[in-house]
Design a protein around this ligand. Structure first.
Ligand SMILES: [Zn+2]
Length: 394
């Protein structure tokens, strides 16, 4: 069923001339074939993926409302009614290979307030299906149990129950800490064996020895890619915050460093006091290229529509050696900041290169062609300082 679903979505996408243009004439196949995110609830996944792409297509069509309605109906009907078998046999996707050989890439996960068990396989498939990377995953020890929530109001029965639950939670945490200690002592990702390390991690602070190894790896010329909530991690780790440039949540404030604000066509530091990290309602939004000559962005469209995602705003941090590659306007109507927010960034850290994408809240967001192409190109740049993976119109 998984393969049939993949082919169905690929075929649907390839039948739309506008989507083909956005996805470089059939690149949709490369993106969606073997995507583990498509397995599972078939109807739900197809609706999400096809629906979001169709909206992207329709919004890009122009100003002819009759044409919009007509095409939308056509494709919406196709998504719901036409059985997979009607499309016949789809040839297997082209499997390109990186000139000069594949790069070794390590994904770090294991703790995240996001669905890392769903998103890490999607990240892995994006990198592997590109033909540019050989991928391993290193999973950290699990997160400690979450604290129970204190009840609202002054209901004494509820408060008593909460106190008991809280005491049990404290005991569980102590037990988990003892158990996890052994696992933390043996978790030693071999960063130096890789051209680039990708973080899908947002959780406990790594042991000091691993922090030092990671700092040495990046500052010594290694590549690092921070995806979405990876920039929520480690507010207390100075070097990590220098690597990501800006981050959010975890108590970040003006003490963490400036905001990055677009003023007179360039991003500048803004030390206005306030919290670091926020986002409005999830929605589709336009991403605008800000550094068209950077190797990651060269050949990309000046502006494209991104599928439903969180638009991170008000990130702040050391903001040293940051180049903003792309931004998105965080509209007040979606409870945003009313500012153009940095979405894609590069940061130099010692001799190392960092690519930071704030995109990728979910597997749906990760289905966006713009997310995938910039992720692949960003990882290649972080690894080698140059980019050979084609932008092909995005
Ligand atoms: Zn998120």
């Amino acid at each position: 069923m998984e393969n049939e679903d993949s082919r169905f979505v690929a075929c649907l996408l390839n039948k739309c001339p506008l989507i083909s243009r956005f996805q470089s004439g059939g690149r949709g196949r490369v993106f969606f074939e073997s995507d583990p995110g498509i397995a599972g609830s078939r109807a739900k996944r197809l609706k999400e993926i096809a629906g979001s792409h169709l909206r992207l297509c329709m919004l890009s069509w122009g100003s002819n409302p009759r044409m919009k309605t007509h095409l939308f109906c056509l494709f919406a009907l196709a998504a719901v009614l036409i059985p997979t078998s009607s499309f016949g046999d789809i040839p297997p996707p082209r499997k390109p290979e990186r000139p000069g050989g594949k790069l070794n890439l390590l994904i770090i996960d294991g703790q995240n307030n996001h669905a890392w068990k769903e998103t890490s396989p999607v990240l892995k498939s994006i990198f592997e299906n590109s033909g540019w990377f050989k991928v391993n995953v290193s999973t950290s020890p699990p997160a400690l149990p979450g604290a129970p929530r204190m009840p609202k109001g002054d209901d004494s029965a509820k408060l008593d129950a909460y106190k008991k639950e809280h005491a049990k939670w404290q005991a569980d945490v102590e037990k988990a800490k003892r158990m996890n200690q052994i696992a933390w002592n043996s978790w030693r990702p071999a960063f130096s064996n890789y051209d680039v390390v990708v973080s899908n991690y947002n959780g406990e602070l790594w042991p000091k020895a691993i922090q030092e190894q990671f700092e040495a790896y990046v500052s010594g010329g290694g590549g690092f890619v921070a995806v979405h909530a990876a920039n929520n991690s480690f507010p207390q780790w100075k070097a990590y915050n220098e690597m990501i440039g800006v981050g959010g949540w975890g108590g970040r404030s003006e003490l963490s460093g400036p905001y990055l604000r677009l003023r007179e066509d360039r991003f500048v530091n803004d030390m206005t006091p306030g919290r670091g990290g926020s986002h409005g309602a999830r929605h589709e939004f336009h991403v605008e290229t800000r550094a068209p000559e950077h190797p990651i962005m060269k050949g990309m469209l000046p502006k494209w529509l991104h599928m439903e995602d969180e638009l991170y705003d008000r990130l702040r941090g050391p903001a040293k050696n940051v180049t903003v590659l792309a931004s998105a306007f965080s509209d007040l109507s979606t409870k945003g900041s009313g500012e153009h927010e940095p979405i894609l960034m590069t940061i130099s850290y010692g001799s190392g290169r960092v690519f930071h994408t704030t995109l990728g809240h979910s597997t749906v967001s990760m289905g966006s062609p713009g997310f995938r192409v910039t992720l692949i190109r960003g990882a290649e740049w972080a690894a080698k300082g140059s980019v050979t993976f084609p932008a092909k119109g995005l």
